[in-house]
Design a protein around this ligand. Structure first.
Ligand code: KG4
Ligand code: ZN
Length: 401
């Protein structure tokens, strides 16, 4: 089955075309085309993602991204198409709220043969609703024009399945196989921090979640306090790694031990649930910065390091508790924050040391942050169950469990 997948939930416009075979227990995926445009440079100015701007950028970029993905998949064949007036009117109505998209859409599709795909998958939530709607309306228009079934995908399910997928040696082929249940997923992104258990394929139970800020949000806010650009996660990570590196050099002697400079709390680390809280940690950073207004570059590294350590310790402690509670056989981490080097390293070491029987799956770097391949994977699992939908509605808070 060839799936065309569309992702516009946040600040990445992404389309992938993936050929999928097999079943839930043993699925294989060949990525035929994968095009992605990040809006990070545009949002950086605002220190975060600005929904109206994200919507406008998605509308501007979807057609070129589709053309690039089809071209890479060798599915782009030029041919003049006659579009019946009735279809044209229905599509114009679907796209009426996406200024500029309609014109580009008709210009493109009236010059290209309907591609040989079997289904169209699109993210329906969670995310920024104005951004989600652009992708959904684009998918609805294509499905109508090309007469293809539509699949609505939960973005977080995409992160889970991408984390379960492994690359073969050549890298073009992904497979999901030999997965032992229950699977425990730690999902950490800009909008989510949750521990979810899957005992049966695609059935999720919430084990724990943040009571306030998401972990990515905390990274971004602390970075902003330190005067670092958006998105803050990679910046904090860079500073913290610099300090860890310098620990190995003479640099260390001048500044003493690594953790002595600042001390931050580990919120909820010893409480009896698998829940998280990050807003107090952020406030603690703010308080320390008020006490030390003239923070030096090296002190910034210390702050970033202590913050990253605090977050990682809490994430690991809660995940370990959840492994015990659920009897998980497989652990996956997914979402943008799982790109973090220190978190990946810590989880790899801790699982090997404390839970050698648990299989840890960490997605490859390219599959960690938002992309459309993960939406194609989830789309395939849903299509296997014939969960095709007549229409799709955006839901910014769509839950997984
Ligand atoms: O999953 P994602 O790409 O988008 C959402 O669905 O939210 O996650 C984005 C989040 C941002 O908060 C970003 O700062 C964080 O992931 N992030 C990181 C790293 N790379 C991205 N956080 C910590 N360390 C990183 N290396
Ligand atoms: Zn995401």
């Amino acid at each position: 089955m060839k799936i065309l997948a569309i992702e516009t939930s946040c600040d990445e416009t992404a389309i992938a075309i993936v050929e999928a075979t097999g079943d839930a227990q043993s699925a294989q995926f060949t990525v035929l085309g994968n095009a992605l445009l990040s809006q990070i440079d545009i949002h950086r100015e605002y220190g975060g993602v600005f929904p109206a701007l994200a919507k406008r950028e998605h509308a501007k970029n979807l057609v070129p991204i589709l053309a690039a993905a089809l071209e890479e998949a060798e599915l782009l064949h030029e041919d003049t198409q006659a579009i019946p007036e009735e279809t044209r009117r229905a599509i114009a109505q679907i796209l009426e709220r996406e200024p500029g998209l309609e014109e580009q859409f008709f210009e493109f599709v009236s010059e290209c043969e309907p591609p040989e795909i079997d289904a169209i998958a699109v993210t329906s939530g969670p995310g920024l609703e104005p951004a989600l709607w652009v992708g959904i309306n684009f998918a609805r228009a294509l499905a109508l024009l090309w007469d293809k079934p539509l699949v609505a995908v939960n973005h977080m399910e995409g992160h889970v399945l991408a984390a379960l997928a492994q690359n073969d040696a050549e890298g073009a082929l992904l497979h999901i196989k030999d997965i032992e249940m229950p699977v425990l997923a730690l999902l950490i992104s800009g909008g989510h921090t949750e521990l979810v258990m899957m005992k049966e394929w695609l059935k999720y139970e919430l084990v724990g979640q943040t009571l306030d800020d998401a972990v990515g949000e905390a990274f971004d806010k602390v970075a902003r306090m330190l005067g670092l650009p958006y998105p803050g996660g990679p910046e904090i990570s860079r500073l913290a790694e610099l300090l860890r590196e310098s620990e190995k050099s003479d640099f260390k002697n001048a500044f003493g031990s690594l953790t002595s400079k600042f001390t931050l709390p580990r919120p909820l680390i010893n409480d009896a649930t698998c829940n998280f809280s990050f807003s107090g940690l952020k406030t603690a950073v703010l308080y320390l910065l008020k006490k030390n207004p003239e923070i030096s570059e090296v002190e910034k590294q210390h702050m970033a390091h202590e913050f990253e350590d605090a977050v990682t310790e809490v994430l690991w402690k809660k995940t370990a508790r959840a492994i015990e509670e659920t009897g998980a056989q497989t652990l996956v981490i997914g979402g943008g924050v799982s790109a973090n080097t220190h978190i990946r390293r810590t989880f790899t070491t801790q699982v090997a040391g404390e839970y050698p029987n648990v299989a840890l799956r960490i997605p490859s770097a390219a599959l960690t942050t938002d992309n459309a391949i993960m939406i194609a994977l989830a789309g395939f699992y849903r299509a296997l169950r014939k969960e095709f939908v007549a229409d799709v509605v955006a839901n910014g808070n769509l839950p997984l469990a």
